[in-house]
Ligand binder design. Structure first.
Ligand SMILES: NC(=O)c1ccc[n+]([C@@H]2O[C@H](COP(=O)([O-])OP(=O)(O)OC[C@H]3O[C@@H](n4cnc5c(N)ncnc54)[C@H](OP(=O)(O)O)[C@@H]3O)[C@@H](O)[C@H]2O)c1
Length: 183
């Protein structure tokens, strides 16, 4: 599959590495922007508050399947939207999903050590299902459907629970590959 990742950091760069190893052709786009006309899927992995600016610098988004991996750390979604993912859809009018915003990028390279395949939530449009589920599996995770795109705000807010659970030492409940002293 031809995939573009928007953001070359922990998530964008890390997923790009995993997908290239799985045989996908990945275009890595940074602040300079780029053209996604030729790709089948776009993954947004920029700081949550930079999403509008980042999308403005990208051409060819109309109708694209987009997976939004952003989280909202001390910022709100753009005015008029309950989630970043719904804002993305307003810009593309294409199949849209929220995924890869819950699992930790620092553990991407250790997925092979897992005793069982880690789950990864996604919510969004049915038309995005095939792409989202394949890219989850090719990143080493088992996709778990969490409802339509209107659930994206809940999935973005779910991060607060993950952090609280990890602080309580129960991170393995979500991601069972880190030693207990690292969670
Ligand atoms: N880290 C995790 O474990 C994790 C897990 C799930 C979800 N997330 C979410 O995923 C997103 C990315 O996190 P990350 O850890 O990968 O962050 P990161 O390592 O800081 O990478 C962010 C990337 O976005 C780029 N960027 C910033 N503003 C941009 C813009 N206006 N246009 C295009 N690119 C821009 C940055 O470019 P520069 O290098 O030039 O600054 C950087 O390459 C965040 O929303 C985060 O909350 C993170």
């Amino acid at each position: 599959m031809k995939v573009a990742v928007l953001g070359r950091g922990n998530v964008g760069g890390g997923l790009a590495d995993l997908w290239e190893r799985a045989g996908h052709e990945v275009t890595r786009i940074g602040r300079e922007g780029g053209d996604v006309s030729n790709v089948e899927a776009v993954v947004v992995a920029v700081p949550g508050g930079a999403i509008a600016e980042a999308l403005d610098n990208v051409q060819g988004l109309e109708g694209k399947t987009v997976i939004d991996a952003t989280n909202l750390a001390n910022v709100d979604p753009p005015a008029g939207f309950s989630s970043n993912a719904e804002f993305v859809k307003s810009k593309t009018n294409g199949p849209t999903a929220k995924s890869f915003n819950i699992n930790f990028a620092a553990l991407y390279d250790r997925i092979g050590e897992a005793g069982s395949t880690p789950s990864n939530l996604w919510c969004g449009d049915e038309e995005a299902r095939q792409v989202v589920e394949q890219l989850n599996r090719d990143a080493g995770s088992e996709p778990v459907y969490a409802g339509p795109l209107e659930n994206a705000a809940a999935q973005e807010n779910f991060l607060k629970l993950v952090f609280a659970i990890n602080r309580g030492g129960m991170g393995r409940f979500f991601y069972r590959i880190a030693p207990p002293d690292q969670l």
